[in-house]
Design a protein around this ligand. Structure first.
Ligand SMILES: [Zn+2]
Length: 246
């Protein structure tokens, strides 16, 4: 797309111009930018197509924060859920919870190496005997249940029946990715990007949430669906200027 310059307001009298070459931006859109204000959401106040600027001084818009919510959401315990193939994409949900890292040209981009993934049966989460699931962190099931019940799991989204990903926050944000075998109530190829190498509480928290979805009949095998923690959902609804629920 054609590069433009957008003026972004961060509140408290802070308004600066940024280059934008990735997003279709209009006045009122919320964005994350690179530079000193990385991590602070700002609002676009102007879009300029006539400009000449120095790349030495101008930073880029890194992400558009899209608060548009589509679909019919129902409450389910401490979540809102939309099913019937109205799932929201991971990238959109991710921007609600975490800002992209500022670009550091001297630093290498973070890369991940994958070994084998874990396999978690949703009906075998209760107090597995020690050593029953190899390579499991002590108390991973107990802690995961606690995370899930206490709203630390911020969202889960499943698109295409598998390739499903999740995000969770405490002090930091962790992403769990997995395939879903909903027919057999199993998560397969489960990976977490947290620092602990074993089957961890982040993964089991997702398993508890998925079991809740299926036990409640909130989604069926083969459905796309998105589960959003209640407080996060309300915050998004308050930020949304053009919410569409139908
Ligand atoms: Zn983890």
């Amino acid at each position: 797309m054609k590069t433009n310059v957008v003026s972004v307001n961060f509140g408290a009298g802070r308004e600066y111009p940024y280059l934008n070459d990735k997003f279709d931006l209009a006045v009122g859109d919320k964005v994350y930018v690179d530079g000193k204000l990385a991590g602070t959401p700002g609002t676009v106040t102007e879009v300029l197509t006539k400009f000449k600027v120095s790349l030495k001084y101008y930073k880029y818009v890194l992400q558009k924060i899209d608060y548009t919510v589509r679909g019919k959401f129902c409450t389910m315990d401490h979540y809102y859920i939309t099913a019937q193939n109205d799932a929201l994409p991971f990238e959109q949900l991710s921007a609600w919870v975490t800002a992209p890292e500022p670009v550091d040209e001297d630093e290498e981009e973070e890369q991940f190496l994958y070994g084998d993934g874990y396999d978690i049966a949703l009906d075998e989460l209760e107090e597995p005997e020690e050593g029953a699931v190899p390579e499991t962190e002590p108390a991973a099931f107990w802690h995961g249940k606690d995370y899930e019940e206490n709203g630390r799991l911020k969202f889960v989204t499943v698109i295409g029946g598998k390739g499903m990903r999740v995000l969770q926050t405490e002090k930091n944000v962790t992403t769990v990715e997995f395939d879903l075998d909903a027919e057999n109530r199993r998560m397969i190829n489960v990976y977490c990007d947290c620092i602990r190498p074993r089957l961890c509480a982040d993964m089991t928290a997702v398993a508890y949430a998925l079991r809740r979805v299926f036990d409640r009949g909130a989604a069926a095998a083969g459905d796309d669906f998105t589960l959003i923690e209640r407080r996060l959902f309300r915050r998004v609804i308050e930020s949304s200027e053009h919410m569409v629920i139908f």
